[in-house]
Write a protein that binds this ligand. Structure first.
Ligand code: MG
Length: 401
């Protein structure tokens, strides 16, 4: 579900920020503590406010620090971000705070995520997976498989058995559900006087199936002082931006379709190649791989491999986008130049732009495509082939933005 599609259900996020953080050993609520120069709660809210797909973020703030929470967020966030912020006094328990947040969300919000204030490193890809999961399944929770060996231990600290961890997952947030399901879970919990540790447990108790979606090992919860150091180290680990360049050229031959940027263009010749020979997509793929330091298109999709014979290069582009997301990078913008004497490409550029932006999960305005001739000079000028150049800028999901 790319975030720029407008017909999706409207999504809101609840951030229960009521925890006083006794384990962190600090008189301030832990979400006020700075992490690489910005308060934790600011980073957490910003992670969601950066996505156009999120209409509102409701912060359920502790009553004793209610105005301080509002002041802190208004101090650090931009106007475009605070315009989509709402506040409500939090309750005595997390469950009370989430319910208060749910009641504060405008009525047209039909899809709700809940996220811990103390998980500021949640990345865009995890949030989008949760949103997509709610649309598809109704209720989801981000989780990661348990890595450590687990021991069941008796009261006298003796191991009773080693637990099979193959079915065990560690719950994270966001957790999310269609609004009516979450409301039903709260009503049912109130009726049964059930207090759950998280929203998924309320949904489970109400008999609503909750699906797992892939979380991220970096989406850690800051509970102890050492967690702050780990989170700060993670933020500094990656460069904020990476640049990449790609170039490709293919020969024009008879009996092939001409496909550029995923658009089939009527012409008497087409580009020759193992795949669909879409030079525009190939140049963009090489630029992305270059920025990631991940080699080139030939290394990832060898032209000796029969599975790539005739393949739609947009599928390859989408795979490379997933690779970038897995490394916590998102396309900032791309600039492409197609070098082509004939045919005239101007009428097809906006469709190419739509195709490429969809694959890269960015708004079309992030992708610029130009076409030029070489005034009949060289191989492109003689109409022997078409070439394309691409430059991209990738942005880290982490970094002190
Ligand atoms: Mg190529």
């Amino acid at each position: 579900m790319p975030e720029y599609i407008s017909n999706q259900p409207l999504a809101g996020v609840i951030i229960p920020a009521g925890g006083i953080g006794s384990r962190i050993g600090h008189p301030q609520p832990k979400q006020f503590l700075p992490l690489a120069g910005l308060p934790i709660i600011v980073r957490t809210c910003r992670a969601f406010l950066e996505l156009d797909a999120i209409c509102w973020v409701v912060v359920a703030a502790p009553i004793d620090h209610y105005q301080a929470t509002i002041d802190l967020l208004y101090l650090h966030l931009h106007r475009q971000e605070t315009d989509r912020l709402l506040f409500t006094p939090g309750g005595a328990t997390r469950q009370d705070s989430v319910l208060a947040g749910l009641n504060r969300l405008p009525a047209n919000i039909s899809l709700v995520l809940v996220h811990d204030a103390a998980r500021p490193l949640v990345d865009r890809a995890t949030i989008l997976r949760c949103l997509e999961g709610v649309v598809q399944y109704g209720a989801v929770i981000a989780a990661v498989p348990v890595q450590d060996t687990l021991k069941l231990v008796s009261r006298v600290a003796v191991i009773e058995k080693t637990v099979d961890r193959s079915d065990l997952w560690q719950a994270q947030t966001p957790q999310g559900a269609r609004r009516e399901l979450l409301e039903r879970a709260f009503i049912s919990a109130a009726r049964q006087q059930f207090v759950g540790t998280d929203e998924a447990s309320l949904l489970e108790a109400a008999g609503i199936p909750v699906r797992i979606v892939e979380g991220s090992a970096r989406n850690l919860k800051i509970t102890r002082p050492a967690d702050l150091q780990v989170a700060a180290a993670l933020l500094q680990e990656e460069p904020l931006m990476k640049i990449g360049h790609g170039f490709d050229a293919h020969r024009l031959v008879e009996g092939r379709k001409l496909i550029l940027g995923g658009v089939t263009i009527p012409y008497e010749l087409g580009l020759d190649g193992h795949s669909d020979a879409d030079v525009v997509a190939h140049a963009l793929i090489d630029a992305l791989l270059g920025a990631l330091g991940a080699g080139d298109i030939g290394r990832h999709f060898p032209d000796t491999d029969p599975q790539y014979r005739g393949i739609d290069s947009l599928l390859l582009l989408a795979q490379v986008q997933q690779l970038a997301e897995a490394q916590q990078y998102q396309l900032g913008n791309a600039d492409l130049t197609i070098v082509c004497q004939r045919p005239r490409l101007a009428p097809y550029l906006s469709e190419m732009q739509a195709n490429l932006s969809r694959c890269c999960r960015v708004s079309p305005s992030a992708i610029n495509i130009k076409a030029t001739t070489t005034e009949k000079m060289g191989y492109t000028g003689r109409g022997e082939g078409i070439a394309a150049h691409a430059v991209v800028l990738l942005r880290s999901e982490y970094g002190s933005k």
